[in-house]
Structures are given as structure tokens and as C-alpha cells.
Ligand binder design. Structure first.
Ligand SMILES: [Zn+2]
Length: 187
């Protein structure tokens, strides 16, 4: 019961680090997992404060995502596996909920919930998307693991818009056989 007295951010840090130690992912793209978690939280805060932070933070997310992709030993063959690998690498498995709402040859729609629990505070409705860092992170990572340079990720629903979840639209060039099952039976 003493845990109730611990500030939520510390509790979350401890949860994140325990997940990270399970997965041996204490470093992400050359950044300590705890610094990554702090950066992820700060990015939401900054974009919520001023929309001018969105573009540079999206770019930072993209660079870090690409660096995490380089660290992957096995290149995922489908979107589900790729996203699971990223969530695992970020120490967020079991902390956030992610699901792919639909998927076709042109892309997919990814829904994420549980972000406020990770942040430790509710994201207010600021009438704009506030997860540009994460959109960039997904984009850089997915481009890296798929070698699809034209792949892009756009946040289309967000807690910052008053929605109950965030959604990311993944646009890609059709590539039959990849991410669609077929010869790769992982999806
Ligand atoms: Zn969002």
C-alpha cells in the first residue's frame, strides 16, 4: 500500500524500467530507455504547449525510430510484428494497448490507447494532435525495417483532439506479399 504515496511519474518509470530489463532493452537507438521515456513525455507536453514544436519533434522521432530499426536483429515481415517489436523495444509492451483497426495494400490504421497512463497525466483537448514525436518514431522505424522510403505515418485521431485514443494512419506503396500474409505466414 506504500506505493500509493509514490508520485505517478516515478511509478511509471519503475514500470518502464522493469519491462525494459525483462526485454534487455535498456538502450534505444543509443539513448537510455529512461531518457527515451522522458523525451517521449516531454514531446507531448511541448507540442501541447506550442504547435511549432510539432515539426522538429516529429523529425527527432523519425531519427530515433530509424536508429532503433538498425538495432533490430531480425527484419519483421509484417506490420503487426514490426509494431510489436517497436513497442517491445520501447518498453511499452503491456503498458499501452495497440491494435490495427484495418489494413490493406496501401497502408493501415493503428489505434493506441493507454498513453495517459504512460504519461502520468491526462492529455487535455488542445484542438490538435500532440503525438508527432511518436508519428515520426513509427515512420522512421517502419521505413528502416521495411526499406520502404515512401512509407509515411500521420496521426489522425488524438487525445489532444478530445478523442479517447490516438490513431495513426500508415501510408505505404503497395507491395504484394509483404505484411499481407502470403508467403510470410506471420500475420
Ligand atoms: Zn495522440
Amino acid at each position: 500500500m506504500t506505493k500509493a504515496a509514490i508520485p505517478s511519474i516515478e511509478r511509471i518509470d519503475s514500470e518502464l524500467s522493469s519491462v525494459s530489463s525483462c526485454t534487455n532493452a535498456s538502450w534505444l537507438g543509443g539513448i537510455a530507455a529512461s531518457d527515451f521515456a522522458a523525451l517521449d513525455r516531454l514531446a507531448v507536453k511541448l507540442i501541447g504547449l506550442d504547435s511549432d514544436f510539432a515539426a522538429p519533434l516529429r523529425e527527432m522521432g523519425r531519427v530515433i525510430g530509424a536508429r532503433i530499426a538498425v538495432e533490430q536483429n531480425e527484419k519483421p515481415v509484417c506490420l503487426d510484428v514490426a509494431l510489436s517489436a517497436l513497442i517491445l523495444a520501447c518498453g511499452l509492451e503491456g503498458v499501452i494497448e495497440s491494435r490495427i483497426l484495418h489494413r490493406n495494400a496501401e497502408g493501415a490504421l493503428l489505434q493506441i490507447s493507454g498513453c495517459s497512463a504512460v504519461l502520468g497525466w491526462p492529455i487535455p483537448n488542445v484542438e490538435r494532435t500532440v503525438c508527432g514525436f511518436d508519428a515520426g518514431l513509427f515512420e522512421g522505424f517502419l521505413r528502416g525495417v521495411t526499406d520502404e522510403k515512401a512509407l509515411s505515418v500521420e496521426e489522425t485521431a488524438c487525445l489532444g483532439l478530445g478523442h479517447a485514443y490516438c490513431e495513426f494512419k500508415i501510408h505505404r506503396q503497395p507491395a504484394p506479399g509483404e505484411w499481407e500474409g502470403g508467403p510470410h505466414d506471420h500475420c
